[in-house]
Design a binder for this molecule. Structure first.
Ligand code: SF4
Length: 382
């Protein structure tokens, strides 16, 4: 039987909505959050009992929403219920996303005691004005304190998320945010380009915000790469930077085409040739899994890919990674991809003189310019 080695758990609660946010989250009282904590383990048990695959996690990623809203007790209940359902003996990495507004030294100590190895803080900016304008609950000082407390609790790997191209942010302010981030001696930084998500406040009231032009966005991303690479960070994936050895193994596995199981409303999964997303409905999720294991949770977009589609999808996202694709290992050695290899080679070779693709010792990777047009390159290959 196949083994799924990567687990994602979605915590669908927030205290409000940040203006740019397109993630699935709802507000909920403390009782609902406490009730939710053991629910993902019930969904997991049902998956294991379905016999579709074994689950032996090497990585576990708790994201959201706002996982830190579960508090010490909720996160303890979450981890122990997962541990009671599948063995975590092989776990190499466990990440929890934390909102800097929710942190206490006690929370970090509790997470360390639960075996969490990575902390990912949703910082987004170091300007208090900008943080207020985009609806974040924390300020810059709380980010600094959260990093300090995480380190004091013994976390070897602390990272933050930033958003490039936030409304009304000048290049000078962006540069100050990057400099602040560098000064915190972090191990990992995610830098996401602002996108106007269809259901976000930003999309509904664009006239209230000054959204950057494509050119300004590219300048902000380029500045991030300049500043971070000068400080020793490798841009190992389009939106992710790390010091050597601190790349997020969970995300690397996803980009490298490995199977993963997502638990919780709106969580996506890829197992064998199947892809599905759980329905975006926390109430129904709690009805099904809140008290006891029940029938399968309704999913959206469940599809079974053909063997060739599955093979292409697993290899194509490697282009998001700095390492790119290994021509022999990823394509030629796979009988399912031998037919498309000549077409891909033609496209990739034609992009080399334009500075979009470069040859590596074993295959091809996108250049810095290529990363700006990654989606267009992938569309050419499909
Ligand atoms: S950005 Fe994060 S904290 Fe803000 S509403 Fe979305 S999920 Fe919640």
């Amino acid at each position: 039987m196949n083994a799924v080695e990567h687990l994602y758990i979605h915590i669908p609660f927030c205290l409000g909505k940040c203006v740019y946010c397109g993630f699935y989250s709802v507000t909920a009282d403390t009782g609902t959050r406490v009730r939710y904590a053991a629910s993902p383990a019930r969904e997991l048990r049902s998956f294991v009992e379905s016999g579709m695959a074994d689950v032996r996690p090497r990585t576990l990623y708790v994201g959201g929403g706002t996982p830190s809203l579960l508090g010490c007790d909720g996160l303890t209940a979450l981890f122990s219920s997962i541990r009671n359902t599948v063995s975590l003996d092989r776990l190499e990495e466990a990440t929890v996303e934390i909102n800097p507004a929710d942190t206490t030294p006690l929370l970090f100590q509790a997470l360390r005691g639960l075996g969490v190895t990575r902390i990912s803080l949703g910082a987004q900016s170091f300007s208090d004005d900008t943080l207020r304008r985009i609806g974040r609950r924390h300020n810059a000082q709380q980010i600094r304190e959260a990093v300090r407390d995480a380190r004091a609790a013994g976390f070897p790997d602390v990272g933050i998320d930033l958003i490039a191209g936030l409304p009304s942010v000048s290049m000078r302010e962006w540069r100050e945010t990057l400099d602040e981030a560098i000064s915190l001696s972090l191990q990992h930084l995610s830098v996401y380009a602002l996108s106007v998500e269809p259901e976000s406040v930003l999309a509904r009231s664009q006239e209230r915000f000054s959204i950057p032009t494509d050119e300004a966005m590219l300048d902000a991303l380029s500045e991030a790469e300049n500043v971070l690479s000068e400080s020793g960070f490798l841009r190992y994936e389009i939106s992710n930077y790390a010091l050597q050895g601190f790349e997020c193994r969970h995300n690397l596995a996803v980009w490298r085409g490995e199977d993963y199981l997502g638990l919780g409303p709106a969580a996506a999964s890829r197992v064998a040739r199947f892809r599905w997303t759980n329905a975006r409905d926390a109430d129904t999720y709690l009805d099904r899994w809140g008290e006891a294991a029940a029938t399968n949770f309704p999913t959206e977009n469940r599809e079974e890919l053909s063997p060739v589609e599955d093979a292409i999808e697993r290899v194509i996202f490697r282009f998001r990674l700095a390492e790119g694709i290994d021509w022999k290992r990823d394509l030629v050695a796979n009988p399912l991809l031998q037919e498309i290899a000549p077409r891909w080679e033609k496209v990739l070779v034609s992009l080399v003189p334009h500075g979009i693709v470069r040859r590596t010792p074993t295959g091809f990777a996108l250049t810095r310019r290529g990363r700006e047009v990654c989606d267009a390159v992938l569309a050419e290959l499909r």
